[in-house]
Design a protein around this ligand. Structure first.
Ligand code: FPP
Length: 270
């Protein structure tokens, strides 16, 4: 009697591969330079367990730590995490306060690990809207880790893509008015220098958890050619194997940047 494909796959562990098997599928030379993640589903994770929403955020912090560790181990250059959007200010005060507290504790606890692991910490967003104490702590961690040369851990806080583009336009306009630039001299490369992400490569891969299929005002300019990966997994359940699955899927995609198959961007001088 023939064995069905799914049974065969089950027998070989194909349906639920081990972390080691997943790692063996990853081409270390073709990893994304920059992975950006919309960490969604903390609230639902907590609701499913009849817990307060903040319990989901707290559990989500474990996923943050695991993801940072894995990216560092793999040698990924930049990891951007969407921790707090501009729209999130509209959430109940106690949830906003609890998220700020989680961030503060994270910075306190992780600074030693960041130094040990050569991680450089950066932020994007309108962070002047954050409580003063948090701003000070953020600046202190940014300064302390500034000379680290390993993974860049970039956290989006009070971030909105449209606001970022608008701020860039305003700053550029000031420079044009002051005669530092001519309108004709402005191109995409110049414009990028006015974004919060100046100096950081654009994200090759954007992951969103929890089954929602939206970009939600995240890295609007920078995501022009990003590969998008959506998973049903809620952020607190997003562990090493979930991240590896995203990377394996990314490596199956063919990135063309609007060009023709098997051509490299450099073939076109890009
Ligand atoms: C989305 O879930 C998640 C957030 C709005 C916050 C994510 C923040 C953390 C995990 C902490 C971040 C801190 C650091 C240092 C990175 P949701 O509440 O929108 O979930 P729901 O859609 O199920 O309600």
């Amino acid at each position: 009697m023939g064995i069905s494909m799914s049974e065969k796959q089950k027998d070989s562990g194909f349906e639920n591969p081990s972390e080691k098997e997943m790692l063996s599928l990853i081409d270390r030379n073709a990893l994304p330079k920059h992975v950006a993640i919309i960490m969604d589903g903390n609230g639902r994770w907590a609701e499913h367990r009849r817990l307060p929403r903040i319990a989901g955020h707290r559990k989500g912090m474990e996923s943050v730590r695991k993801t940072v560790t894995l990216c560092r181990e793999l040698g990924i250059k930049v990891l951007t995490l969407y921790a707090f959007s501009k729209e999130n200010w509209g959430r109940p005060k106690n949830e906003v306060n609890a998220l700020m507290r989680l961030l503060e504790v994270y910075l306190q606890k992780e600074i030693a690990t960041m130094m040990k692991n050569n991680i450089r910490f950066t932020i994007i967003g309108d962070t002047e809207l954050l409580p003063h104490r948090i701003q000070q702590r953020l600046q202190s961690v940014i300064k302390k880790t500034a000379n680290n040369t390993g993974l860049i851990l970039n956290i989006a806080l009070s971030y909105g893509g449209r606001a970022e583009i608008l701020n860039a336009v305003k700053k550029l306009f000031q420079d044009i008015s002051a005669g530092r630039f001519s309108i004709e001299g402005i191109d995409e490369v110049t414009f990028e220098r006015y974004l919060n992400t100046a100096g950081i490569p654009e994200p090759d891969l954007i992951i969103r958890t929890s089954g929602e299929m939206r970009i939600s005002n995240f890295l609007l300019w920078q995501s022009a050619y990003s590969e998008l990966y959506f998973t049903e997994t809620l952020w607190p359940d997003f562990k090493r194997k979930a991240m590896l699955a995203a990377l394996i899927e990314y490596q199956k995609r063919e990135r063309r940047f609007g060009l023709i198959k098997n051509k490299d961007r450099s073939d076109y001088g890009l």
